[in-house]
Design a protein around this ligand. Structure first.
Ligand SMILES: *Cc1c(COP(=O)(O)O)cnc(C)c1O
Length: 456
């Protein structure tokens, strides 16, 4: 039997070896590596086995079948990689195995939550009173913000949704953009506001909400929840927050929520002020740290700028007022027991600082521009204004674009995938890894061009 210490050393060594070799690997596993996964299968063992075998199997069989998403050549979805300091912090966090639900369960998690909350609000320029909750991802961060919004809006018209539920409650008008992320609808469904019971604002050619088509705020009776977006998942476009915040202010009982799963980090980049104009006036904002901030899964962040709103919704005891001894995560999030997600975020902010986060954002955006320019000059159609880290590409026509994507994925040196833009297939390139630099960007464009040539 492997001893406990040997086991942990071996696991740490495997993990370090994996991280150290990622640049040399392709962005996608080979078909053979995927076939080998069968070695993890078999009957449930009747008796204990050597734990060293489990770790070795994971390293030898599991590792080669991973996507190379922590490397510089992965451009799929908006997945983000992992900074070494985040990986290192996650190792400690796992060793500590703290329950971050209450300060009494983990003094370190509570302290780091307070510091990270303050650093994040300073970094992003959000109101200093903002409450910050760490959840599993932007889907749940959106749902948490929207649940707090729902309850606050209904309380304003005399309805206690936590006590009485939603049957018979005054109606909330929910306004979303036509290009809202699919998971925003999922979040709305989850909290009882309905995926389809929404007013959809048409989008412009970049996927921004057509704010010029908003009704006169005085013409809408009852509470209104406006769901805007910082970073459309295909184009990276930002809604016009100044206009939306003005509209919400004029209505009186309205709440502005922003889904900024990756785009919110643009607030940390002083060269992008035009894009984020008015964004910090939102009542709530959701983002991911596991995407662009490059921490490990799973880490989403909910910001609510109206003090007390998260607690009113998520306190495990109705009407709960916390004792004055620090942030109680279980009374501000959908979870009770929870991992101390804030610690990796702290480690990244402590390491990068203000300028480092700005550089992280700028580097990815510069790479996106470089890829777009190289592809455009080679005859590809770039469908979006590259304002952030997303590039939307078409090669000849949707059908050829699909074949190109298949070829790129078969080639394996880089990885990007398909999306639908205005009903037809396009290729989406998302630069979300801290590792991707201008050399990698040039390489990516060259691989794409070579794959296109191979189609002919
Ligand atoms: C990724 C994403 C989400 C969902 O985030 P998860 O972390 O996967 O839950 C929501 N909105 C946008 C714009 C996204 O890019």
């Amino acid at each position: 039997m492997t001893s406990d210490i040997e086991l942990l050393r071996a696991a740490a060594d495997y993990a370090i070896e994996y991280a150290a070799s990622i640049d040399a690997r392709d962005a996608a596993p080979t078909p053979d590596a995927i076939e080998q996964l069968a070695a993890l299968d078999g009957p449930l063992p009747d008796r204990p086995t050597d734990p060293g075998e489990a770790i070795a199997l994971l390293a030898d069989i599991g590792g080669p079948a991973t996507m190379g998403s922590t490397g510089p050549d992965y451009y799929g979805f908006v997945n983000g990689a992992t900074l070494p300091v985040a990986l290192g912090a996650s190792m400690l966090v796992n060793a500590w195995d703290q329950n971050a639900a209450l300060p009494v369960m983990s003094p370190v998690a509570a302290k780091v939550h307070d510091v990270t909350r303050r650093w994040l609000t300073e970094l992003l320029g959000l109101p200093s009173v903002s409450e910050v909750a760490f959840v599993t991802g932007a889907t749940v961060a959106n749902a948490s913000c929207l649940a707090a919004a729902r309850d606050a809006l209904l309380l304003d018209v005399g309805w206690d949704a936590q006590r009485d539920g939603l049957f018979g409650a005054p109606a909330i008008t929910v306004v979303i953009g036509d290009k809202a992320h699919s998971t925003l609808r999922k979040s709305l469904g989850l909290i009882g506001l309905g995926r389809e019971r929404v007013t959809i604002m048409p989008a412009d050619d970049q996927g921004r909400m057509r704010t010029d088509l908003l009704p006169d705020p005085d013409s809408l009776d009852g509470p209104v929840l406006v769901c805007a977006q910082a970073g459309e998942v295909n184009t990276g476009a930002f809604d016009r927050f100044e206009t939306l915040a003005d509209w919400v202010g004029q209505h009186g009982n309205a709440w502005l929520h922003v889904d900024g799963a990756f785009g919110l980090w643009a607030l940390a980049d002083p060269t992008r002020t035009e894009l984020v104009d008015g964004l910090t006036r939102a009542d709530s904002l959701a983002t991911d740290a596991h995407k662009w901030l490059n921490v490990t899964y799973d880490c989403g962040i909910a910001f609510v700028t109206r003090p007390g709103a998260l607690r009113r919704t998520f306190a495990a005891v109705a009407g709960y007022l916390p004792p004055d001894e620090g942030f109680e995560a279980m009374h501000h999030t959908p979870q009770s027991s929870q991992r101390a997600r804030q610690i990796e975020v702290w480690a990244v902010l402590r390491t990068l600082g203000r300028s480092g986060v700005a550089e992280l954002v700028q580097r990815a955006c510069d790479c996106a521009v470089a890829i777009a320019e190289q592809l455009r000059s080679d005859g590809f159609e770039i469908l979006n204004d590259v304002v952030l880290n997303q590039v939307l590409v078409r090669y000849r026509d949707p059908e050829t674009t699909e074949r190109l994507i298949t070829e790129i994925q078969r080639d394996g040196r880089i990885w990007c995938g398909p999306t639908k833009w205005n009903g037809s297939t396009a290729m989406r390139i998302s630069v979300s890894s801290w590792k991707t630099d201008l050399d990698n960007a040039r390489h990516a464009a060259e691989v794409i061009i070579a794959c296109a040539d191979a189609l002919a």
